[in-house]
Ligand binder design. Sequence first.
Ligand code: ADE
Length: 231
Amino acid sequence: PEMIGIIGAMDEEVELLLAGMEGAETVTKAGVKYARGTYRGKPVIVCKSGVGKVNAAVTTQILIDQFGVGKVLFTGVAGAVHPELNIGDIVISSDCVQHDMDVSPLGYARGVIPYQEVSEFKADASLIALAQEACQALGEVNCKVGRILSGDQFIANVDQVSWFYEHMEGACVEMEGSAVAQVCYMNGVPFVVIRSMSDKADGSAHANFAEFTVASSRRSHAILDYMVQRL
Ligand code: ADE
C-alpha cells in the first residue's frame, strides 16, 4: 500500500499521531525526525517539520524523495481570516497561496510567483472530500473548505486580516501549508492541509494561540485520524 506522509509544524500538532503509531522507527534527515511505521494499520511517515515555509518545503521534498510518499497530509492550527470562523473551527484547504510572495513593484498581484503559471496550489479533490466527511462524522464541527494563506509571519493585526480576506480570499493564515502545497505540485503528489483555528490573527492572537493550540491541534488530529483509516 501507498505510504502516507503526515506533517505538522510543532510538537502539539504531531504528538497524538506519534503516540498512535505502531512499530515506529525514526530516521533523521536535515535535522528532522521522520517516524516510519503504521497508524491504525496504514503505512505512514509522521514528522515535525518545524515552523515556516523553508522547513515545510524541505520536509515535503524529503518525504517524497527519500520515503516515496504518495500523498501528503498536513495537520495543525491557524489564525482565522474568514469572518464566520471561530476558534476551534476547521479549514480544509481548497488551495494554498503564499501571502508573503510580493512582487507588486513589478506589477504582480500579491501572492503571485513571477514567471510561473501556477501560484494557487490546489488540494486533491478526493482528499478534500474525505476531510469533509471526517468533519461531518465528528459532528458539531464548523468546517469550511477554503483558501489557506501562508507566510513567514505570525499575523496579529485586524487590518491585515481584512486585507487577506478581501484581496486574497483567504479563509485562514498559517506558516507552512503553501510551501507543502507548492512542493507537492512540483512533484505531482496529491495533498490536503487541515487546520483548526487557534486564534483570529488579531490583537489577542498571541494569548489565544497560547491558550487554544493544544485543543485545536486535537481537533485537527481527529480529522486526520478519521481520514487515515479510510485511505
Ligand atoms: N498559526 C496559528 N495562528 C497563526 C497566526 N495568527 N499567524 C500565523 N500562523 C498562525
